[in-house]
Design a protein around this ligand. Sequence first.
Ligand code: HXC
Ligand code: NAP
Length: 297
Amino acid sequence: MANTEYVKNGALRDDALKGRTIIITGGGTGLGKAMSTYFLQLGANVVITSRNFDVLKNTALELESLTGGSVLPLSCDVRNPEEIDEVLKQSIEHYGTIHGLVNNAAGNFISPTERLSPNAFSTIIDIVLKGTVNCTLALGKHWINEKQPGTVLNIITTYAYTGSAYVVPSACAKGGVLALTRSLAVEWGKYGIRTNAIAPGPFPTKGAWDRLLPGEMAEKFDFKNRVPLKRTGEHQELANLSAFLMSDFSGYINGEVITIDGGEWLQGAGQFNGLESITPHMWDNLEKLIRMKKGSE
Ligand code: HXC
Ligand code: NAP
């Protein structure tokens, strides 16, 4: 039976992020927008960035009217360190202190690796790995110079652990972000900077679905069937986890990666997980065969 009893509401108390200012890359769409919404509901100011200013501006207006909070939309390509410095400068001018960074911006598409040009490969590495490095470096240097604590949250994927065919640049880049997360958690812990990651399983968004499940792929490769809980993730479930990791309630969590995937990646990993398709009648026969072997060696 499918697990359909799931939370669609916020999990944290109302003031969990009160007075905080958090920069969220890719905050105008998809999961970035969901996290921004919940951070605002918990009392934070949010700075949302991406390349498309019109999208950011519309999201900012929508979220301010929905939550009553304050959103600063700033266009910025995470591949360009100068644009990130400008975001930092304007965010400080606007809000004074920056408390957190969510590295959520990403680029991805499915493709057999042998069809990729060097530029296609590096485009994904540049956005996902180097973009995350660029933002983290800018904020980290700022916090260290100002002797301020900070919190970094990196959005990775479960195939950062396993690798994955057909999204190889993304797998390489997200694997690098995982290494960055664990490395900086140790190196920057002494400055009061916590670094953690979330590895989401499938959470339907237009950005991901358009590039990973185009056309008939959405039906042929229905993610629900790959997940032991037989459903995809709710955006609020990811928002709840990210808010917890950005809040002081997770103050002793540093260098951790939390998987939120309904058990999907482990389903693919366990050697005998495929036995799901065996019927009770077949199990009766198998059990008999196994028991008959007792003492026959
Ligand atoms: C092969 C491709 C290609 C494709 C682009 N390229 N699409 N190669 N197959 N389908 C090649 C181009 O030909 C070019 O190489 C190079 O990649 C760069 O392409 P541009 O279009 O110039 O790049 P750019 O405008 O910077 O756009 C980046 C992008 C695009 C990644 C290609 O898709 C994008 O903007 N994505 C942002 C949002 C996104 O991807 N969201 C999904 C995240 S989902 P040449 O050699 O021709 O110059 C995710 C989670 C996964 O990460 C897990 C889900 C379960
Ligand atoms: P999405 O809506 O496409 O989000 C990606 C965001 O990144 C967009 O807002 C995009 O905006 C921004 N972006 C892309 N390239 C950028 C660049 N060079 N500079 C600045 N911003 C850039 O997809 P999503 O599903 O919400 O993905 C959000 C995060 O979750 C990603 O890190 C993704 O890898 C991760 N994730 C998602 C899933 C899922 O099932 N949805 C699963 C695992 C992990 P612009 O194009 O306007 O710049």
